[in-house]
Design a protein around this ligand. Structure first.
Ligand code: GLU
Length: 505
């Protein structure tokens, strides 16, 4: 049996972190089992249609490295993959349910339904339902004769098709994550399958497509768990086997509330205790796609006891992932952990990739990066120190031009009365060097500090300040080597002449 899984979003304009996780787990499960990952767009709710939403969704999935094997814009022989293009299939299929006595036409107007609910409320029913207890009092094909039904349809009376949920049935199934789950049919109403606009509801379309697309495993958020009994009854009525199911625990804000887009404009302005559920915000902010995927993988899954590993590259996730290690308990989104992972991933990216990503911006900002090789060295040195790649230019500007400003606080703290003298002596010492590399630069510096019997810091800090204008950065000797002797000497001399010595406290 070939594993076939699907991600079946209803495009609503933005991709929720929870949806990305569902897509990811399906993708990983498919890859791990040499299966197929299907993308199906569930767009039958025309009132929620958002122009461009599915293109946006595909773009974000691709950014995250989650490519479908089948779906809109991909290959596949099970299409169309937009449910809105499959309405004739649902109509044809629902006929089978009607013929099997599992579904029926209902012509009730909204007023008639409201009156029925009111009658139930008057009898003390808490949550009124259109179900076995009332269906034979309503205007539907169970009560009307077939000629009356034909007449209603011929007259163009609006109708829906409902599922005839049996009374007193227990629907039981084994969820791959939650174990045995059961529902009583008495809790369920006669679900609409085809709406009055002719479009199917989620329930019908989802079951029909999962069957016709030969889906073997359904992996989705726990919010869909309560739909399972309806789906099981639909499968049963069609005479089809239901796929295996796995319902993923929900993801919550740090304060325990549901992740919602309300009151959140950007990642830089988040109300306390909340996080942004919109994947696009993380992409725009500059998160590494592999870090976000790593983080999201851990939201509900762990690699197992005895494994401390938290940093996973995408292909490692494919080998490690298993549904058996998905937790039952809910997950809390922790931005600090994501930020930590981002830094770790950035530091692990191949330097040549980062160079490629940086070059266009450097060119656009007219920053002279000398050569690809020079840029490579700089990126290689600083990448593990950046939280985001876009910090690269502000963090490493001095590699590309002499500093124009010198950190005021740094001068006060580091530039002492003897700094100019020590820096110039260091200058002289390095000018004699034949090879200008980390080792010889460091030795030159030690010679000066030994000679004057001062700690190396008395030279290291002023040199860094003089050469970079700032007090923090990568290893000093590495950065001097990259800058090159000539540049270093020029900058040291300039600083020795220009930097003021403030009164020492
Ligand atoms: N269209 C549903 C959604 O928006 C699909 C749920 C499922 O996977 O069955 O998530």
């Amino acid at each position: 049996m070939t594993v076939r899984v699907r991600f079946a979003p209803s495009p609503t304009g933005f991709v929720h972190i929870g949806s990305l996780r569902t897509a990811l787990y399906n993708y990983l499960f498919a890859k791990k089992h040499n299966g197929r990952f299907v993308l199906r767009i569930e767009d039958t709710d025309r009132s929620r249609f958002v122009e461009g939403a599915s293109e946006n969704l595909v773009r974000i999935l691709e950014w995250a490295g989650i490519s479908a094997d089948e779906g809109p814009g991909y290959n596949g022989t099970y299409g169309p993959y937009f449910q809105s293009q499959r309405t004739s299939i649902y109509k044809e299929q629902v006929e089978k349910l009607i013929n099997a006595g599992a579904a029926y036409y209902a012509f009730d107007t909204p007023q008639e339904i409201e009156q029925m609910r009111q009658r139930q409320r008057n009898q003390g029913v808490h949550t009124p339902k259109y179900d076995y207890s009332v269906r034979d009092q309503m205007r539907n094909s169970l009560r009307l004769s077939s000629s009356e039904v034909e007449e209603e349809i011929a007259n163009g009376t609006a109708f829906v098709i409902r599922l005839k949920i049996p009374k007193d049935r227990i629907f039981r199934f084994q969820d791959r994550i939650r174990g045995e789950v059961e529902f009583s049919s008495d809790e369920i109403d006669d679900q609409v399958l085809i709406k009055s606009d002719g479009f199917p509801t989620y329930h019908l379309a989802n079951v029909v497509d999962d069957h016709l697309m030969e889906i073997t495993h359904i992996i989705r958020g726990e919010e869909w768990l309560s739909s399972v009994p309806k789906h099981l009854f639909i499968y049963e009525s069609f005479g089809w086997d239901a796929p295996e199911m796995a319902h993923l625990p929900l993801i919550f804000n740090p304060d325990g509330s549901k992740m919602s887009k309300r009151n959140i404009q950007s990642l830089d302005d988040i109300p306390a205790g909340k996080v942004d559920p919109d994947v696009e915000s993380y992409r725009r902010k500059g998160y590494e796609n592999s870090a976000l995927i790593n983080y999201i993988a851990l939201l509900g899954w762990n690699p197992g006891k005895g494994t401390e590993q938290e940093i996973f590259m995408p292909d490692e996730l494919v080998t490690e992932f298993s549904l058996d290690r998905v937790n039952k308990s809910r997950a809390i989104f922790d931005l600090n952990k994501l930020n930590w992972l981002n830094k770790e991933h950035l530091g692990r990216q191949p330097t040549e990739e980062l160079v490629k990503r940086l070059e266009p911006e450097l060119t656009q900002k007219k920053i002279d990066y000398k050569s690809d090789q020079y840029l490579y060295q700089v990126v290689d040195l600083v990448k593990s120190r950046l939280a985001f790649l876009q910090e690269f230019i502000p963090y490493s500007h001095y590699f590309f031009q002499d500093p124009e400003h010198f950190d005021e606080k740094g001068i006060r703290k580091r530039w002492k009365s003897d700094s100019a003298k020590l820096v110039l002596e260091f200058c002289q010492e390095i000018s004699k060097l034949e090879t200008f590399d980390v080792k010889s630069i460091e030795e030159a510096l030690r010679r000066i500090s030994d000679h004057h019997d001062v700690g190396a810091g008395r030279i290291i800090h002023p040199v860094r300040l003089a050469v970079t204008g700032v007090t923090v950065g990568p290893g000093l000797f590495e950065l001097l080597q990259i800058l090159g002797k000539e540049t270093v000497i020029r900058r040291l001399k300039y600083a020795a002449e220009k930097l003021p010595v403030y009164k020492q406290q």
